[in-house]
Design a protein. Structure first.
Length: 119
C-alpha cells in the first residue's frame, strides 16, 4: 500500500501562484509513474503533468510554461509549482502514483487539495 499525503492549494487571484506537494510513503524512485491530475466541477479528470516510466515528463499543453513538476528523491516528495494561474485552472488537484508489482500495476491517489482562482 502506498500512501500519498498532499499539501498546498488554496485561493489565489488570477495571475498568482500556488504550489502543491505530495509525499509518498515509499521510495519515490521505485514508482513507475507519478504526477498530478486535476478535475474541475462537471469535467473529467485530466493530466496536468506526469513522469512516465522512462523518466520523461508529459504535461498538458494548457499548462506548459506556467506549471513546473519537480521532485525531491530524498524527501520522497513531488511538487507542482503553478504560476500565472487563470480562471481555467481551478479544480481538485490530485497526485498520482503507479507502482509496478511485476504482474500488475497498482494506482494510488492523493486526497486532492482544492485550487480556486478568483478573477
Amino acid at each position: 500500500q502506498v500512501h500519498l499525503v498532499e499539501s498546498g492549494g488554496g485561493v489565489v487571484q488570477a495571475g498568482g501562484s500556488l504550489s502543491l506537494s505530495c509525499t509518498t510513503s515509499i521510495t519515490i524512485t521505485s514508482l513507475s509513474t507519478m504526477g498530478w491530475y486535476r478535475q474541475a466541477p462537471g469535467k473529467q479528470r485530466e493530466v496536468v503533468a506526469r513522469v512516465i516510466h522512462d523518466g520523461r515528463l508529459k504535461d498538458a499543453d494548457s499548462v506548459k510554461g506556467r506549471f513546473t513538476f519537480s521532485r525531491d528523491n530524498v524527501k520522497n516528495t513531488m511538487f507542482l509549482q503553478m504560476n500565472s494561474l487563470t480562471p481555467a485552472d481551478p479544480g481538485l488537484y490530485s497526485c498520482h502514483a503507479a507502482y509496478d508489482l511485476g504482474d500488475s500495476v497498482s494506482d494510488y491517489w492523493g486526497q486532492g487539495p482544492q485550487v480556486t482562482v478568483s478573477s
